[in-house]
Write a protein that binds this ligand. Sequence first.
Ligand code: ADP
Ligand code: MG
Length: 548
Amino acid sequence: NPVTETLEFQSEARQLLQLMIHSIYSNKDVFLRELVSNASDALDKLRLETYQDKDLQADTADLHIELDLDPTARTLTVRDNGIGMSRDEVVALIGTIAKSGTAELLGKLRETKDAAASADLIGQFGVGFYSTFMVADKVTLVTRRAGTDEGVRWESTGEGTYTIEPAPDAPQGTSVTLHLKPEDQEDNLHDYAAPATVRSIVKRYSDFITWPIRMAPESGEGEPETVNSMKALWARSASDVSEEEITEFYRHVSHDWNAPLETIRLQAEGTFEYQALLFIPSRAPFDLFVREAKRGIQLYVKRVFIMEDCEELVPEYLRFVKGVVDAQDLSLNVSREILQRDRQIQLIRKRLVRKVLSTIKALPEEKYQTFWSEFSRVMKEGLVADQDNRDAILEICSFPSTHSADEQTRLSAYVERMKEGQEHIYYLTGESRTAIENSPHMEAFRDKGYEVLVLTDPIDEMWVEGGGFDGRQFQSIAKGQIDLDPTPADEERTSEFADLLGWMTTALGDTVKEVRLSTRLTTSPACIVGDDHDLTPQLEKMYRAMGQ
Ligand code: ADP
Ligand code: MG
């Protein structure tokens, strides 16, 4: 065919394809979940576009997903009549991986020699469409974007190039045909051309999909049957839904292949009715610190998908929370602009934030440890950004402290250990634990047994300034005048040394504001302290690096 073009995959895409072909991921069945998930997204998008664009020439009469098996040719086809893709979209969406964090992932995969660890990384990344190459030696995709006249046909063996050509008679939507690898046939459980196998995989992974997934009946004759139950999980009572269904639903909304750390349900009835099913992932996503990274909440209105990445529903620091909010009383035409001003949305957001924070607070210790090691940095953003919930966030924070060399402490535990007469929560910021421990400021505190928080994260500088915890102020041991149990003798000594101090102040000139005697040193002869409201050296460095 003269109009067939052969194009190269982007290099990151090529590398991920190689990984999938040499399948380091043991559970091959997931390819079907990924295809069904994409088909479901495509149907959601079509329905939404037809609401927003009344002129769109699209067929929405019988939106569904269809699975077609051909045991003789050994093919499996997943077909949807959803939004479809234009030629350029196919090249951009299938031929490249635009996901942020791809380069880091590939770097880590190269370092990892252990197969289980590699599979874990891949799972965390969620290699959607490319997972088909675990089970297929050739994949054909035919698609036509809704509202356009001509489709495209894409085909690849996953080896580095793909072909693309016009497909004049392609129906609206997308069909993906897998030419199955012969080796999976020998293993009965993984024969993806066998109706019983495919049916059970769909039931297991995709039962909650809200579009019908149809297959030819078991007998092979008669009308296609709908395989999934299509119940919106968030609208069902918790006792009615199995753990496994919840996990699969999480995987669908999050594109994460791992199980979630925790599930959060919210139901509100009455004048403003909504349901939410939210998840805290067990691993931080690769793009957690990428500026344009999406937030994880999808908004539905009366079971109809409205938008993903609904930033009106969660503050930026909770961007790792995934899930669905289904509001009953919004219009299907709701736009971002309307959402921003909607009082009910603001109320939902408030309640979601509080619920997420209280859920984290109540996590059993082991889960909490996982949570904190993955998400401590974003939670500290919350300390700075969300003044209303600062206290609640502080309650779920842990910090390294001089109390233990390897375990972090919660602030409530610090407060319990405070010495008699101790008013403040002491901390010192610095570049590393060693630097902090060797600081002369630490001497008297160590000697007298006062616990000091060891804060090495640059953002720590910013939140400690914002207020106290449980009625106690945070006090830097490098700032201001701290007298650990002052005695009357100290005052005497100050007058005794007045001449020396005056001479030193003059001699040091503009470099210091004042020279004073201190009880905070035990072995070092002198140290530099900042004023209460001075920037610490770390913060000064940070601002300077930012050009301020
Ligand atoms: P993800 O679903 O995480 O974005 P995938 O690799 O599964 O990643 O799919 C890549 C992109 O290709 C999707 O985001 C979507 O834009 C497009 N795509 C895949 N399958 C379909 C489909 N059946 N219909 C329309 N677009 C699709
Ligand atoms: Mg996908």
